[in-house]
Design a protein around this ligand. Structure first.
Ligand SMILES: C[S@@+](CC[C@H](N)C(=O)[O-])C[C@H]1O[C@@H](n2cnc3c(N)ncnc32)[C@H](O)[C@@H]1O
Length: 453
Protein backbone atom coordinates (compact mmCIF):
# COMPACT_ATOMS: atom_id res chain seq x y z
CA UNK A 1 0.00 0.00 0.00
CA UNK A 2 1.35 3.48 -0.84
CA UNK A 3 2.27 5.79 2.02
CA UNK A 4 -0.60 8.11 1.15
CA UNK A 5 -3.19 5.34 0.92
CA UNK A 6 -2.07 4.03 4.27
CA UNK A 7 -2.44 7.49 5.85
CA UNK A 8 -5.86 7.86 4.25
CA UNK A 9 -6.96 4.53 5.70
CA UNK A 10 -5.65 5.65 9.10
CA UNK A 11 -7.47 8.97 8.76
CA UNK A 12 -10.76 7.22 7.98
CA UNK A 13 -10.41 5.09 11.10
CA UNK A 14 -9.46 7.86 13.53
CA UNK A 15 -12.21 10.11 12.20
CA UNK A 16 -14.77 7.37 12.63
CA UNK A 17 -13.60 6.54 16.13
CA UNK A 18 -13.49 10.20 17.07
CA UNK A 19 -16.77 11.28 15.57
CA UNK A 20 -19.02 8.23 15.57
CA UNK A 21 -17.64 6.24 18.48
CA UNK A 22 -16.33 3.27 16.44
CA UNK A 23 -13.93 0.86 18.15
CA UNK A 24 -10.37 1.34 16.92
CA UNK A 25 -9.31 -2.32 17.28
CA UNK A 26 -12.31 -3.55 15.25
CA UNK A 27 -11.89 -0.92 12.52
CA UNK A 28 -8.16 -1.64 12.24
CA UNK A 29 -8.84 -5.37 11.84
CA UNK A 30 -11.49 -4.70 9.20
CA UNK A 31 -9.09 -2.53 7.20
CA UNK A 32 -6.26 -5.06 7.48
CA UNK A 33 -8.52 -7.80 6.15
CA UNK A 34 -10.28 -5.77 3.48
CA UNK A 35 -7.07 -4.36 2.03
CA UNK A 36 -4.89 -7.42 2.68
CA UNK A 37 -2.21 -5.32 4.37
CA UNK A 38 1.36 -6.55 4.70
CA UNK A 39 2.87 -7.00 8.15
CA UNK A 40 4.83 -3.75 7.78
CA UNK A 41 1.75 -1.76 6.75
CA UNK A 42 -0.32 -3.34 9.51
CA UNK A 43 2.26 -2.27 12.08
CA UNK A 44 2.41 1.31 10.80
CA UNK A 45 -1.38 1.66 10.46
CA UNK A 46 -1.86 0.34 13.99
CA UNK A 47 0.83 2.63 15.35
CA UNK A 48 -0.64 5.75 13.73
CA UNK A 49 -4.25 4.97 14.66
CA UNK A 50 -3.56 3.93 18.25
CA UNK A 51 -1.02 6.66 18.82
CA UNK A 52 -3.32 9.40 17.52
CA UNK A 53 -6.28 8.22 19.57
CA UNK A 54 -4.21 7.49 22.68
CA UNK A 55 -2.77 11.01 22.64
CA UNK A 56 -5.66 13.01 21.20
CA UNK A 57 -5.91 15.56 24.03
CA UNK A 58 -2.15 16.11 24.13
CA UNK A 59 -2.08 16.61 20.36
CA UNK A 60 -4.93 19.06 20.68
CA UNK A 61 -2.92 21.01 23.26
CA UNK A 62 0.14 21.05 21.01
CA UNK A 63 -1.85 22.24 17.98
CA UNK A 64 -4.10 24.75 19.72
CA UNK A 65 -1.71 27.75 19.54
CA UNK A 66 -1.72 27.43 15.75
CA UNK A 67 -5.42 26.75 15.27
CA UNK A 68 -7.76 29.70 15.44
CA UNK A 69 -11.12 28.35 14.35
CA UNK A 70 -10.92 24.80 15.60
CA UNK A 71 -14.66 24.46 16.09
CA UNK A 72 -15.35 25.38 12.48
CA UNK A 73 -13.07 22.72 11.02
CA UNK A 74 -14.55 19.65 9.38
CA UNK A 75 -13.85 16.61 11.57
CA UNK A 76 -11.59 14.95 8.99
CA UNK A 77 -9.42 18.08 8.80
CA UNK A 78 -8.98 18.18 12.56
CA UNK A 79 -8.16 14.47 12.68
CA UNK A 80 -5.70 14.89 9.81
CA UNK A 81 -3.95 17.52 11.89
CA UNK A 82 -3.94 15.31 15.00
CA UNK A 83 -2.61 12.39 13.01
CA UNK A 84 0.12 14.47 11.38
CA UNK A 85 1.10 16.08 14.68
CA UNK A 86 1.37 12.59 16.23
CA UNK A 87 3.74 11.44 13.52
CA UNK A 88 5.88 14.60 13.70
CA UNK A 89 6.26 14.51 17.46
CA UNK A 90 6.23 10.83 18.36
CA UNK A 91 7.35 8.84 15.32
CA UNK A 92 11.04 9.47 14.89
CA UNK A 93 11.39 7.24 11.88
CA UNK A 94 8.89 9.27 9.83
CA UNK A 95 10.59 12.51 8.66
CA UNK A 96 8.63 15.76 9.03
CA UNK A 97 8.85 16.57 5.33
CA UNK A 98 7.13 13.26 4.50
CA UNK A 99 4.32 14.03 6.96
CA UNK A 100 3.86 17.51 5.49
CA UNK A 101 3.83 16.17 1.96
CA UNK A 102 1.35 13.36 2.67
CA UNK A 103 -0.97 15.61 4.67
CA UNK A 104 -1.03 18.13 1.82
CA UNK A 105 -1.80 15.39 -0.69
CA UNK A 106 -4.69 14.07 1.40
CA UNK A 107 -6.03 17.59 1.96
CA UNK A 108 -5.84 18.18 -1.80
CA UNK A 109 -7.76 15.00 -2.55
CA UNK A 110 -10.48 15.67 -0.01
CA UNK A 111 -10.79 19.42 0.31
CA UNK A 112 -10.30 22.75 -1.43
CA UNK A 113 -7.22 24.95 -1.74
CA UNK A 114 -7.98 26.86 1.45
CA UNK A 115 -7.86 23.64 3.49
CA UNK A 116 -4.59 22.59 1.88
CA UNK A 117 -2.87 25.83 2.78
CA UNK A 118 -4.36 25.91 6.29
CA UNK A 119 -3.16 22.33 7.03
CA UNK A 120 0.23 23.16 5.60
CA UNK A 121 0.48 26.40 7.56
CA UNK A 122 -0.45 24.80 10.89
CA UNK A 123 2.00 21.92 10.47
CA UNK A 124 4.82 24.21 9.32
CA UNK A 125 4.24 26.41 12.36
CA UNK A 126 4.34 23.37 14.60
CA UNK A 127 7.58 22.27 12.96
CA UNK A 128 9.17 25.71 13.33
CA UNK A 129 7.97 26.69 16.80
CA UNK A 130 7.67 23.25 18.38
CA UNK A 131 4.86 21.99 20.65
CA UNK A 132 3.71 24.17 23.55
CA UNK A 133 5.31 23.25 26.87
CA UNK A 134 3.09 21.31 29.26
CA UNK A 135 4.70 23.20 32.14
CA UNK A 136 2.42 26.10 31.32
CA UNK A 137 -0.41 24.11 32.93
CA UNK A 138 -0.12 24.90 36.61
CA UNK A 139 -2.72 22.57 38.08
CA UNK A 140 -1.00 19.15 38.52
CA UNK A 141 -4.15 17.13 37.81
CA UNK A 142 -4.94 19.09 34.68
CA UNK A 143 -1.33 18.81 33.59
CA UNK A 144 -1.26 15.03 34.06
CA UNK A 145 -4.59 14.75 32.23
CA UNK A 146 -3.29 16.76 29.26
CA UNK A 147 0.13 15.16 29.25
CA UNK A 148 -1.32 11.65 29.15
CA UNK A 149 -4.57 12.47 27.35
CA UNK A 150 -7.17 11.41 29.90
CA UNK A 151 -10.32 13.38 30.79
CA UNK A 152 -9.71 15.63 33.80
CA UNK A 153 -12.63 14.11 35.75
CA UNK A 154 -11.07 10.67 35.38
CA UNK A 155 -7.67 11.74 36.66
CA UNK A 156 -9.33 13.64 39.51
CA UNK A 157 -11.27 10.55 40.48
CA UNK A 158 -8.22 8.29 40.37
CA UNK A 159 -6.12 10.72 42.39
CA UNK A 160 -8.86 10.83 45.03
CA UNK A 161 -8.94 7.02 45.09
CA UNK A 162 -5.28 6.10 44.78
CA UNK A 163 -3.14 9.22 45.14
CA UNK A 164 -1.06 11.15 42.64
CA UNK A 165 1.81 8.70 42.28
CA UNK A 166 -0.27 5.62 41.43
CA UNK A 167 -2.45 7.69 39.12
CA UNK A 168 0.49 9.19 37.30
CA UNK A 169 2.03 5.74 36.79
CA UNK A 170 -1.28 4.39 35.54
CA UNK A 171 -1.89 7.29 33.14
CA UNK A 172 1.59 6.94 31.64
CA UNK A 173 1.29 3.17 31.41
CA UNK A 174 -2.01 3.61 29.58
CA UNK A 175 -0.09 5.19 26.72
CA UNK A 176 2.03 2.12 26.12
CA UNK A 177 1.10 -0.78 23.94
CA UNK A 178 0.72 -3.92 26.03
CA UNK A 179 2.65 -7.11 25.33
CA UNK A 180 0.78 -10.07 23.94
CA UNK A 181 0.17 -13.04 26.18
CA UNK A 182 -1.36 -16.40 25.34
CA UNK A 183 -2.82 -19.12 27.53
CA UNK A 184 -1.83 -22.72 26.97
CA UNK A 185 -4.73 -25.15 26.60
CA UNK A 186 -3.55 -27.60 29.22
CA UNK A 187 -5.95 -30.28 28.06
CA UNK A 188 -3.64 -30.53 25.01
CA UNK A 189 -0.15 -29.35 25.97
CA UNK A 190 2.02 -28.34 28.88
CA UNK A 191 3.44 -24.81 29.03
CA UNK A 192 7.02 -26.17 28.90
CA UNK A 193 6.22 -28.10 25.73
CA UNK A 194 4.74 -25.02 24.05
CA UNK A 195 7.63 -22.78 25.11
CA UNK A 196 10.11 -25.27 23.70
CA UNK A 197 8.19 -25.50 20.46
CA UNK A 198 7.92 -21.73 20.07
CA UNK A 199 11.60 -21.19 20.74
CA UNK A 200 12.51 -23.78 18.12
CA UNK A 201 10.31 -21.89 15.68
CA UNK A 202 12.16 -18.63 16.29
CA UNK A 203 9.67 -16.96 18.67
CA UNK A 204 10.86 -14.84 21.55
CA UNK A 205 8.63 -16.03 24.38
CA UNK A 206 8.72 -16.51 28.14
CA UNK A 207 6.55 -17.95 30.90
CA UNK A 208 4.34 -15.34 32.61
CA UNK A 209 4.85 -14.56 36.28
CA UNK A 210 1.32 -14.57 37.64
CA UNK A 211 -0.40 -17.43 35.88
CA UNK A 212 0.96 -20.94 35.44
CA UNK A 213 -0.63 -21.25 32.01
CA UNK A 214 0.50 -17.99 30.41
CA UNK A 215 3.23 -17.22 27.90
CA UNK A 216 4.36 -13.73 26.88
CA UNK A 217 5.12 -13.42 23.18
CA UNK A 218 7.79 -10.79 22.59
CA UNK A 219 8.25 -11.43 18.89
CA UNK A 220 6.73 -13.61 16.19
CA UNK A 221 3.22 -13.81 14.77
CA UNK A 222 1.54 -16.28 17.08
CA UNK A 223 -1.81 -16.14 15.30
CA UNK A 224 -0.28 -17.95 12.31
CA UNK A 225 1.36 -20.67 14.39
CA UNK A 226 -0.09 -24.21 14.13
CA UNK A 227 -0.32 -24.44 17.93
CA UNK A 228 -2.70 -21.51 17.87
CA UNK A 229 -4.64 -22.75 14.88
CA UNK A 230 -5.22 -26.21 16.32
CA UNK A 231 -6.65 -24.94 19.58
CA UNK A 232 -3.55 -25.21 21.74
CA UNK A 233 -3.45 -21.51 22.61
CA UNK A 234 -5.81 -18.63 23.39
CA UNK A 235 -4.88 -14.97 23.33
CA UNK A 236 -5.65 -13.64 26.81
CA UNK A 237 -4.28 -10.99 29.12
CA UNK A 238 -2.53 -12.39 32.15
CA UNK A 239 -4.85 -10.56 34.55
CA UNK A 240 -7.76 -12.51 33.03
CA UNK A 241 -5.86 -15.76 33.48
CA UNK A 242 -5.49 -14.90 37.14
CA UNK A 243 -9.28 -14.75 37.43
CA UNK A 244 -9.56 -18.40 36.33
CA UNK A 245 -6.67 -19.34 38.61
CA UNK A 246 -8.39 -17.81 41.64
CA UNK A 247 -11.57 -19.88 41.20
CA UNK A 248 -9.96 -22.82 43.02
CA UNK A 249 -11.25 -25.30 40.47
CA UNK A 250 -11.24 -29.07 40.68
CA UNK A 251 -12.37 -31.74 38.27
CA UNK A 252 -16.10 -32.50 38.00
CA UNK A 253 -17.34 -29.27 39.53
CA UNK A 254 -20.57 -27.50 38.55
CA UNK A 255 -19.54 -24.00 37.54
CA UNK A 256 -21.54 -20.96 36.51
CA UNK A 257 -20.00 -18.24 34.35
CA UNK A 258 -22.75 -15.64 34.41
CA UNK A 259 -21.33 -13.03 31.98
CA UNK A 260 -19.23 -15.21 29.75
CA UNK A 261 -18.89 -13.78 26.24
CA UNK A 262 -16.65 -13.98 24.31
CA UNK A 263 -15.61 -16.95 26.44
CA UNK A 264 -11.99 -16.26 27.39
CA UNK A 265 -12.54 -17.19 31.00
CA UNK A 266 -15.19 -19.87 30.37
CA UNK A 267 -12.75 -21.86 28.28
CA UNK A 268 -10.00 -21.37 30.84
CA UNK A 269 -12.33 -22.80 33.49
CA UNK A 270 -13.13 -25.84 31.33
CA UNK A 271 -9.43 -26.36 30.63
CA UNK A 272 -8.56 -26.14 34.31
CA UNK A 273 -11.14 -28.83 35.06
CA UNK A 274 -9.55 -31.02 32.37
CA UNK A 275 -12.75 -30.96 30.35
CA UNK A 276 -14.73 -32.64 33.15
CA UNK A 277 -17.75 -31.39 35.12
CA UNK A 278 -20.03 -28.73 33.66
CA UNK A 279 -19.58 -25.05 32.92
CA UNK A 280 -22.83 -23.15 32.37
CA UNK A 281 -21.91 -20.07 30.35
CA UNK A 282 -24.45 -17.29 29.93
CA UNK A 283 -24.46 -13.86 28.38
CA UNK A 284 -27.12 -11.28 27.73
CA UNK A 285 -26.70 -11.34 23.97
CA UNK A 286 -27.46 -14.37 21.83
CA UNK A 287 -24.88 -13.37 19.22
CA UNK A 288 -22.21 -13.11 21.86
CA UNK A 289 -23.13 -16.51 23.26
CA UNK A 290 -22.30 -17.92 19.83
CA UNK A 291 -18.75 -16.65 20.28
CA UNK A 292 -18.43 -18.68 23.48
CA UNK A 293 -19.70 -21.76 21.70
CA UNK A 294 -17.25 -21.25 18.83
CA UNK A 295 -14.33 -20.74 21.17
CA UNK A 296 -15.19 -23.92 23.08
CA UNK A 297 -15.30 -25.85 19.81
CA UNK A 298 -11.99 -24.44 18.59
CA UNK A 299 -10.33 -25.55 21.81
CA UNK A 300 -11.97 -29.00 21.83
CA UNK A 301 -13.85 -28.36 25.10
CA UNK A 302 -17.06 -30.34 25.45
CA UNK A 303 -18.25 -29.47 28.96
CA UNK A 304 -19.47 -25.95 28.25
CA UNK A 305 -23.23 -25.42 28.09
CA UNK A 306 -24.17 -22.01 26.70
CA UNK A 307 -27.34 -19.95 26.97
CA UNK A 308 -28.54 -16.40 26.43
CA UNK A 309 -29.95 -14.83 29.57
CA UNK A 310 -29.80 -11.76 31.71
CA UNK A 311 -27.76 -12.93 34.70
CA UNK A 312 -30.46 -11.42 36.92
CA UNK A 313 -32.79 -14.10 35.60
CA UNK A 314 -30.53 -17.07 36.33
CA UNK A 315 -32.22 -17.89 39.66
CA UNK A 316 -35.26 -18.77 37.52
CA UNK A 317 -33.23 -21.17 35.39
CA UNK A 318 -31.27 -23.03 38.07
CA UNK A 319 -32.06 -24.47 41.48
CA UNK A 320 -30.84 -22.37 44.44
CA UNK A 321 -27.36 -23.25 45.71
CA UNK A 322 -26.59 -25.47 42.75
CA UNK A 323 -23.05 -24.38 41.84
CA UNK A 324 -19.68 -25.15 43.42
CA UNK A 325 -18.11 -22.17 41.73
CA UNK A 326 -19.51 -18.98 40.23
CA UNK A 327 -17.69 -16.43 38.16
CA UNK A 328 -19.24 -12.99 37.81
CA UNK A 329 -16.93 -11.22 35.37
CA UNK A 330 -19.24 -8.26 35.33
CA UNK A 331 -19.90 -5.73 32.56
CA UNK A 332 -17.94 -2.62 33.54
CA UNK A 333 -16.59 0.70 32.30
CA UNK A 334 -13.40 -0.99 31.04
CA UNK A 335 -11.11 1.68 32.44
CA UNK A 336 -8.47 -0.97 33.10
CA UNK A 337 -8.07 -1.76 29.40
CA UNK A 338 -7.57 1.67 27.86
CA UNK A 339 -4.09 0.69 26.65
CA UNK A 340 -5.61 -1.74 24.19
CA UNK A 341 -8.87 0.17 23.64
CA UNK A 342 -7.98 3.86 23.91
CA UNK A 343 -11.39 5.05 22.71
CA UNK A 344 -12.86 3.94 26.05
CA UNK A 345 -11.24 6.76 28.02
CA UNK A 346 -13.07 9.44 26.05
CA UNK A 347 -16.37 7.59 25.76
CA UNK A 348 -17.11 6.93 29.44
CA UNK A 349 -18.60 9.29 31.97
CA UNK A 350 -19.08 9.31 35.73
CA UNK A 351 -22.74 8.67 35.10
CA UNK A 352 -21.85 5.43 33.27
CA UNK A 353 -19.89 4.33 36.32
CA UNK A 354 -22.87 4.98 38.60
CA UNK A 355 -25.22 3.09 36.29
CA UNK A 356 -22.85 0.16 35.93
CA UNK A 357 -22.26 -0.15 39.65
CA UNK A 358 -26.00 -0.55 40.21
CA UNK A 359 -26.17 -3.30 37.59
CA UNK A 360 -23.09 -4.99 39.04
CA UNK A 361 -24.72 -5.04 42.45
CA UNK A 362 -27.92 -6.56 41.05
CA UNK A 363 -25.97 -9.19 39.13
CA UNK A 364 -23.99 -10.13 42.22
CA UNK A 365 -27.11 -10.36 44.32
CA UNK A 366 -28.85 -12.61 41.79
CA UNK A 367 -26.04 -15.05 41.13
CA UNK A 368 -25.16 -15.34 44.81
CA UNK A 369 -28.44 -17.23 45.30
CA UNK A 370 -27.01 -20.01 43.19
CA UNK A 371 -23.87 -20.59 45.26
CA UNK A 372 -23.59 -23.78 47.32
CA UNK A 373 -22.89 -23.59 51.02
CA UNK A 374 -19.23 -24.45 50.57
CA UNK A 375 -18.99 -22.78 47.20
CA UNK A 376 -16.87 -19.85 46.07
CA UNK A 377 -17.82 -16.89 43.96
CA UNK A 378 -15.26 -14.78 42.13
CA UNK A 379 -16.26 -11.23 41.29
CA UNK A 380 -14.06 -9.52 38.72
CA UNK A 381 -14.03 -6.51 36.41
CA UNK A 382 -11.54 -4.95 33.99
CA UNK A 383 -11.87 -1.54 35.55
CA UNK A 384 -9.94 0.39 38.19
CA UNK A 385 -12.84 2.34 39.66
CA UNK A 386 -13.64 1.58 43.31
CA UNK A 387 -17.32 2.27 42.76
CA UNK A 388 -17.55 -0.71 40.41
CA UNK A 389 -15.25 -2.89 42.46
CA UNK A 390 -14.79 -2.85 46.18
CA UNK A 391 -17.84 -0.66 46.76
CA UNK A 392 -20.09 -3.16 44.99
CA UNK A 393 -18.62 -5.95 47.09
CA UNK A 394 -18.80 -3.92 50.30
CA UNK A 395 -22.45 -3.02 49.69
CA UNK A 396 -23.31 -6.61 48.87
CA UNK A 397 -21.66 -7.98 52.01
CA UNK A 398 -23.32 -5.33 54.17
CA UNK A 399 -26.74 -6.26 52.83
CA UNK A 400 -26.03 -10.01 52.89
CA UNK A 401 -24.42 -10.89 56.20
CA UNK A 402 -24.53 -14.58 55.29
CA UNK A 403 -21.68 -13.93 52.81
CA UNK A 404 -18.08 -12.92 53.47
CA UNK A 405 -14.76 -12.38 51.72
CA UNK A 406 -12.92 -15.69 51.43
CA UNK A 407 -9.68 -14.79 53.21
CA UNK A 408 -7.81 -17.73 51.69
CA UNK A 409 -8.02 -15.83 48.40
CA UNK A 410 -5.19 -13.56 49.50
CA UNK A 411 -2.89 -16.45 50.50
CA UNK A 412 -3.47 -18.14 47.18
CA UNK A 413 -2.51 -15.13 45.13
CA UNK A 414 0.88 -15.47 43.43
CA UNK A 415 3.54 -14.27 45.90
CA UNK A 416 4.35 -11.29 43.68
CA UNK A 417 0.75 -10.10 43.88
CA UNK A 418 0.27 -10.44 47.63
CA UNK A 419 1.59 -7.06 48.67
CA UNK A 420 0.55 -4.82 45.85
CA UNK A 421 -0.71 -1.30 46.59
CA UNK A 422 -4.10 -2.28 45.18
CA UNK A 423 -4.71 -5.01 47.75
CA UNK A 424 -7.36 -4.15 50.33
CA UNK A 425 -9.55 -6.23 52.59
CA UNK A 426 -12.12 -6.32 49.79
CA UNK A 427 -9.94 -7.85 47.11
CA UNK A 428 -7.10 -7.14 44.72
CA UNK A 429 -6.97 -4.18 42.37
CA UNK A 430 -4.30 -4.87 39.78
CA UNK A 431 -3.04 -1.73 38.05
CA UNK A 432 -1.56 -1.86 34.55
CA UNK A 433 1.78 -0.69 35.94
CA UNK A 434 2.01 -3.56 38.46
CA UNK A 435 2.74 -6.36 35.98
CA UNK A 436 2.17 -4.81 32.58
CA UNK A 437 -1.31 -6.39 32.50
CA UNK A 438 -4.76 -4.89 32.12
CA UNK A 439 -6.14 -3.16 35.18
CA UNK A 440 -8.33 -5.77 36.87
CA UNK A 441 -10.22 -6.19 40.11
CA UNK A 442 -10.57 -9.70 41.54
CA UNK A 443 -12.04 -10.97 44.76
CA UNK A 444 -13.57 -14.14 46.14
CA UNK A 445 -16.70 -14.45 48.24
CA UNK A 446 -18.18 -17.39 50.14
CA UNK A 447 -21.16 -18.12 52.34
CA UNK A 448 -20.55 -17.79 56.04
CA UNK A 449 -20.89 -21.29 57.39
CA UNK A 450 -22.46 -20.33 60.78
CA UNK A 451 -25.53 -18.93 59.05
CA UNK A 452 -26.47 -22.41 57.80
CA UNK A 453 -28.04 -24.98 60.07
C1 LIG B 1 -16.44 -8.30 30.89
S1 LIG B 1 -17.43 -9.01 29.68
C2 LIG B 1 -17.16 -10.72 29.93
C3 LIG B 1 -15.88 -11.24 29.38
C4 LIG B 1 -15.77 -12.74 29.50
N1 LIG B 1 -15.95 -13.21 30.86
C5 LIG B 1 -14.47 -13.26 28.97
O1 LIG B 1 -13.53 -13.49 29.76
O2 LIG B 1 -14.36 -13.47 27.77
C6 LIG B 1 -19.03 -8.79 30.32
C7 LIG B 1 -20.10 -9.47 29.55
O3 LIG B 1 -21.32 -9.30 30.26
C8 LIG B 1 -22.38 -9.27 29.33
N2 LIG B 1 -23.55 -8.70 30.03
C9 LIG B 1 -23.90 -7.40 30.17
N3 LIG B 1 -25.01 -7.28 30.92
C10 LIG B 1 -25.36 -8.54 31.27
C11 LIG B 1 -26.45 -9.08 32.01
N4 LIG B 1 -27.37 -8.29 32.58
N5 LIG B 1 -26.52 -10.42 32.14
C12 LIG B 1 -25.60 -11.22 31.57
N6 LIG B 1 -24.56 -10.77 30.84
C13 LIG B 1 -24.45 -9.44 30.71
C14 LIG B 1 -21.83 -8.49 28.18
O4 LIG B 1 -22.52 -8.83 27.00
C15 LIG B 1 -20.36 -8.94 28.16
O5 LIG B 1 -20.17 -9.94 27.22
Amino acid sequence: MSNINLREAALDIVTRVGEQGGFSHLLINQTIQKKGLSQRDTALLTEIVYGTIQRKDTLDYFLSPFLHNKNKLKPWVLWLLYMSCYQMIYLERVPDHAVLHESAEIAKKRGHKGIVSMVNGVLRNLQRKGPASLDQIKDPIERLATETSHPVWMVQRWVAMYGMEQTSQMCHKNLERGTMTVRVNTTKYSREMVLQHLKEDGFEAAATDLSAEGITIYSGNILNHPLFQNGGLTVQDESSMLVGDMLQLNDNMMVLDACSAPGGKTTHIAEKMNNTGKVYAYDLHKKKVELVKQKAEQLGLTTIITGASDARNLPNLHEPESFHRILLDAPCSGLGVVRGKPDIKYAKSEKDIDTLSKIQYELLESVSLLLQLNGKLVYSTCTVDKKENEEVVKAFLTEHPDFEIDETFFDELPVEAQHLPGRTKWGLQLFPQDFDTDGFFITRIQRRSEHHG
